[in-house]
Design a protein around this ligand. Structure first.
Ligand code: ZN
Length: 466
């Protein structure tokens, strides 16, 4: 039978139209399910309120592993298992105090110094102060400034990194990216010139009075000096004093320490593929969190959304073509050991990993997805726009996807990676802070995110990878 070109085009069009129609039905059902009978919010409540924050190596992290396994077993996945990984075990300790002394203070009658307590959050991985560390404060805006100041101006002092977030970046992760070198590398850079310690302006937009923690990275060849974050309010107060030409002294005391590595786990749940069982699509978030707040947005949200995405596909009876995996990665915050281990074992097992999606930007209202893949794959993601428009998903762009899934690229160069992109405006209000709690996650926004991720996983499984 001969088919004319026009006939062929018509047949192709009706096939795609039909497929498209079917897709929109599945996607609608996923959103309906998430918003009416979703389990992501209740799962997040249990994680945050019965376990709480869960830094790698902590008893709470161990409890979270048991919890994640149970949630996936209850969802009825084909296989649920733990993957061993050794993780760093840093503990904050029991002391965390600081005080600021303002010299020549005009507010006091005789211009005598005044001392006030200051809230700090020791940076993860920092050494303790071993007694009280006190020094005159010297303010810098970036790491390069230290080279100009040199040892003569820095030795024996406490370096105060005070480059603020640039509010003109619409995507707040860009503002974070342009500041975070102060927190990560600031201590070693200051130690090189003889500083006693460092204090860092919190990585946040807002004018808040709670410090935001995060990790510090030491250079082995340089002395390790104590490092702590102060709130943006405290940072502005110190900067004001210094701008008036007054001397400021800072003292801090904390007894955090790095203990030997601890055995922990990635938690994995799997639905076997019906067509390509040996080809894996992973969707995940990280189970560990910083040890203040409850790790609700970062990244409890990503964990519950990942498990929910697979659970909803199962409930709706969608038969996965490739093997789908929900992965709760351990130790993203201070080591990435879980992500590295997952990729290493994926490679060693001879599995083929074809795609991965990560949610680690908070449980806020979904905007779309980022992608790291070939030009054709980027085009494919962009082509989903008409299908996903009615869910307000419109951000489909090439760019960074997720820390935990990034090691997969090393072993599977052809893998396509996706990052779930929610609205970022309020993320850094709570990031690594005591306010990252369950109450600050909106139920509806979290559920919309879970449904968006499920929709993308479905489309990758059925259309992107044939
Ligand atoms: Zn995170």
């Amino acid at each position: 039978m001969k088919i004319s070109l026009l006939g062929f085009l018509f047949l192709s069009f009706s096939f795609f139209a039909k497929a498209h129609q079917q897709d929109s039905v599945v996607i609608k059902r996923l959103f309906d399910l998430s918003l009416t009978n979703g389990e992501s919010y209740e799962n997040l409540r249990v994680l945050c309120k019965t376990i709480g924050h869960r830094l790698s190596g902590s008893p709470q992290a161990a409890k979270a592993v048991v919890w994640g396994k149970k949630v996936m077993e209850n969802a009825g996945f084909d296989k649920v298992y733990l993957q061993e990984v050794m993780v760093p075990h840093w503990v904050r300790g029991t002391k965390e105090a600081a005080a600021l002394t303002l010299m020549n203070n005009p507010k006091t009658k005789d211009g005598m110094p005044v001392t006030q307590k200051m809230k700090i959050s020791v940076l993860g991985g920092s050494v303790g102060t071993n007694g009280i560390t006190t020094g005159e404060v010297i303010e810098v805006k970036d790491l390069a400034e230290l080279d100009q100041l040199g040892e003569a101006n820095i030795k024996g002092k406490i370096v105060f990194y005070n480059r603020p977030f640039d509010p003109t970046y619409i995507q707040t992760f860009k503002a974070y990216g342009h500041c975070v070198d102060q927190r990560v590398d600031g201590a070693s850079k200051a130690a090189k010139y003889g500083a006693k310690g460092v204090i860092i302006r919190s990585m946040a937009h807002g004018h808040g009075d709670h410090p935001h923690t995060g990790s510090v990275r030491y250079t082995d060849s340089l002395p390790k000096i104590p490092a702590a974050a102060i709130s943006t309010v405290s940072a502005d107060l110190i900067a004001d004093e210094l701008a008036k030409g007054r001397k400021v002294f800072f003292s801090m005391e904390f007894d955090c320490q790095l203990l030997p590595d601890v055995l922990s786990y990635n938690v994995i749940g799997e639905m076997k593929g019906s067509v390509y069982p040996d080809q894996v699509i992973s969707v995940g978030g990280h189970l560990d969190s910083w040890d203040i707040g409850e790790g609700a947005h970062d990244d409890g949200a990503g964990c519950v959304q990942s498990m929910e995405a697979l659970r909803m596909l199962k409930v709706l009876g969608v038969k996965p073509r490739h093997t789908l995996r929900a992965v709760l990665f351990m130790n993203e915050e201070n080591g990435l050991r879980g992500g590295k281990k997952y990729a290493e074992l994926a490679s060693a097992s001879g599995e083929k990993h074809v795609a991965a999606l990560e949610s680690d930007r908070g449980g806020f209202v979904p905007r779309g997805f980022s992608i790291e893949g070939s030009a054709a794959q980027v085009k494919w993601l962009e082509s989903l726009s008409p299908l996903l428009k009615s869910y307000d998903l419109h951000y489909f762009e090439e760019g960074g996807t997720g820390a935990d899934i990034s090691p997969l690229k090393k072993y599977f160069p052809d893998i396509v990676l996706f990052g779930f992109v929610p609205d970022s405006q309020r993320y850094f209000d709570h990031h690594h802070a005591e306010t990252d709690v369950f109450e600050n996650v909106n139920k509806r926004e979290l559920e919309l995110g879970a449904a968006s991720m499920a929709a993308l996983v479905y489309l990758i499984d059925y259309h992107l990878l044939k």
